[in-house]
Design a protein around this ligand. Structure first.
Ligand code: F6R
Length: 616
């Protein structure tokens, strides 16, 4: 994960500020920490393996000189074991450039080879040191740090949020971002960069959020942003107030809309730092604490949760069966208490909860543990009860979800469950390294494809579908296989925030009863993307049309048969079938939002609901 904080100010010493911010980011990684300052024309670095407290002891023993510029980092190891030498910040061998970085440079081996051939000597096993050397090398060519960073990034494949500084320039930081978060904080006579806003709230409420592919030049007078082509970008700062809720809303009319649009970033945050692309495997943080032997020892996995998280649980089971060939079962967490006591020793129970505080889910967790079983918690909130009490943990890292109707948290849960299924498949030997690599590459390729879900071509069909749904008294959501849970989730989203009655069904079930409801006033939302269920979904749509029903379909824009049958097609990009739930859920979330907006509903606080349900 890794956390970054950096500051440049007109004078004084900013190290204390930077360390205060770093402490709030410790949830992002804690195997080592470091800080660098500029002094006497050079770069001074302190970095230690262990938590920030270890670094603080080092700083007490070996104080840094006062400096108007500092960069700090808290690390979660990706390349190179936790060790002092692998801790950030990293410098080039000339000591001219210093870098902190969050993410993975995929082609670092190739770049390191090229640099070694030119005489560079490396002191760590990290991908970040390669970046420092590359930037240093390019800086020597023309002396401009921003240009050197941009030219270095042109040669880099991977995900990064990074901040760089150059010896002799205590008035300048350069920041860049792709797929890992980075915000810039603006203050009187100082400018900051950090992995999230809360890290800087002790200094400023004015932020520029760096977009993918952008770079920024930070000086004590402010920041100038540049797009991928190097053109300056004008963007007004986002004002961040003190409550976390307000801090996250920035410019959007509703949290729900913002959180829907954050989902491409959630993919990167939940997954990308965990992918071991070369090995075709996944590595979770130490809290996961299940090695190959432990994972291969389970005879079944059980997935439990409530509400939207329960729909993620259904997908967890399906993905486990697909990728690990291991039986899974699902149970609504509120039902577990009444289930017969079966042997738990050979089972792992996965409890999924955004808040980590849902009473039914916690009760189920404790009951599993009381019966002798082990619980893996999949949770979004660090420090929540689920995280603290589960035997094993995967954090989803979606950021705070404020909208009562869960969107990005579901996306993060499904992403994490895909990673879990892959990890179990690798541990059991069901997936070999090559297949693992393909599955990880599929996930990385998904990130840019998600942008199409928010493109201009989606606006008109979305408006038409919301017009069709808004007057309806009720509707059916149909899907099959991996998209059955998405049908359930689409129906839940619509009913929660629009108050239109909606039911999700496996499409095969329609003829066994629900078809009686079909009429022009009772529309159907059908998920008909490519894959093993496509033909059958088209048959279901034909059956609806034959009864004068109206159909909103989720499918490919160029699916001619679908376009002929459906009243409206919500277009989605083509992706591997196993990842289609992550794509297909997004137009359904947007459909619920648009429909509720037309009906004038209280979208972020729907009636009778609460974000965290802490009673059984
Ligand atoms: C629906 C929704 C709820 C939650 C459920 C579980 O949009 O938000 O159904 O999913 O209350 O909450 P967590 O995931 O916090 O356990």
């Amino acid at each position: 994960m890794c956390g970054i904080v950096a500051a440049v100010s007109a004078g004084g010493d900013v190290a204390g500020d930077v360390l205060a911010g770093l402490r709030t980011l410790e949830y992002r990684g804690y195997d080592s920490a470091g800080i660098a300052v500029l002094a006497d024309g050079g770069i001074e670095v302190r970095r230690k393996m262990g938590k920030i407290a270890v670094l603080e002891r080092e700083l007490a023993a070996r104080a840094l000189p006062p400096s108007p510029l500092a960069l700090a980092h808290t690390r979660w190891a990706t390349h190179g074991a936790p060790a002092d030498r692998n801790a950030h910040p990293h410098t080039d061998d000339a000591g001219a450039v210093v870098v902190v970085h969050n993410g993975i440079i995929e082609n670092y081996r190739e770049l390191r080879g090229l640099l070694q051939a030119q005489g560079h000597a490396f002191r760590s096993e990290t991908d970040t040191e390669v970046l420092a050397h590359l930037i240093g090398h390019l800086l020597r060519e023309d002396g401009d740090l921003h240009r050197a960073v941009r030219r270095a990034l042109d040669r880099v494949h991977g995900a990064y949020a990074l901040v760089a500084a150059a010896a002799g320039r205590p008035d300048l930081l350069v920041a860049a971002r792709r797929d890992s978060p980075l915000v810039i904080g603006l203050a009187e006579g100082a400018c900051y960069a950090a992995s999230d806003m809360p890290a800087l709230l002790h200094r400023t409420r004015d932020f520029l959020v760096l977009e993918n592919g952008e770079t920024a030049v930070l000086t004590p007078n402010g920041a100038v942003l540049y797009d991928g082509a190097g053109r300056p970008v004008e963007r007004p700062p986002v004002r961040c107030d003190w409550t976390p809720e307000q801090a996250e809303k920035g410019g959007y009319p509703h949290f729900m809309l913002k959180e829907i649009e954050e989902q491409p970033d959630v993919l990167a945050r939940t997954a990308f730092d965990r992918l071991r692309d070369d090995e075709g495997d996944v590595e979770f943080e130490p809290g996961f604490d299940l090695d190959d032997q432990a994972l291969a020892g389970f005879r079944r996995l059980r997935f439990m949760a409530m509400g939207t998280s329960f729909h993620a649980a259904l997908l967890g089971k399906l993905m486990l069966e697909e990728l690990a060939a291991l039986p899974g079962d699902t149970l609504n967490a509120s039902e577990f208490l009444y289930s017969p006591r079966l042997p738990e020793e050979d089972a792992l129970t996965v409890v999924i909860s955004q808040s980590g505080e849902t009473a039914d889910s916690l009760r189920a967790m404790r009951e599993v543990q009381a019966r002798g079983g082990r619980v893996l918690g999949v949770c979004n909130v660090r420090g929540a009860t689920l995280e603290r009490e589960a035997d094993h943990v995967i954090l989803t890292h979606c950021g705070p979800e404020v909208g009562v109707a869960s969107t990005k948290a579901f996306f993060g849960q499904v992403t994490a469950l895909y990673l879990l299924a892959l990890r179990v498949g690798r541990a059991r030997g069901v997936i070999d390294r090559d297949r693992g690599r393909e599955l990880l590459a599929d996930l990385r390729r998904l990130r840019p494809r998600l942008d199409a879900l928010f493109g201009p071509a989606t606006a008109a069909p979305l408006a038409a579908a919301a017009e069709l749904l808004a007057p309806a008294a009720g509707c059916l959501f149909l899907g099959r296989c991996l998209n059955h849970p998405i049908a359930l989730e689409g129906a839940l989203k619509l009913k929660e925030i629009s108050y239109i009655h909606a039911e999700g069904y496996p499409a095969g079930e329609m003829k066994h009863g629900p078809i009686a409801l079909i009429s022009p006033e009772f529309p159907v939302v059908a998920i008909a993307t490519p894959g093993r269920t496509h033909d059958k979904m088209l048959s279901n749509i034909e059956e609806v049309k034959a009864r004068a029903g109206r159909v909103i379909a989720v499918g490919l824009a160029d699916d001619r048969r679908l376009a002929e049958l459906a009243d409206v097609v919500l277009p989605v990009p083509e992706v591997p079938e196993l990842l289609s739930p992550l794509v297909n859920v997004i137009p359904l979330q947007r459909l619920a939002y648009e429909t509720a907006r037309r009906l004038g509903r209280e979208i972020d606080q729907p009636r009778n609901l609460a974000k965290s349900v802490t009673v059984e």
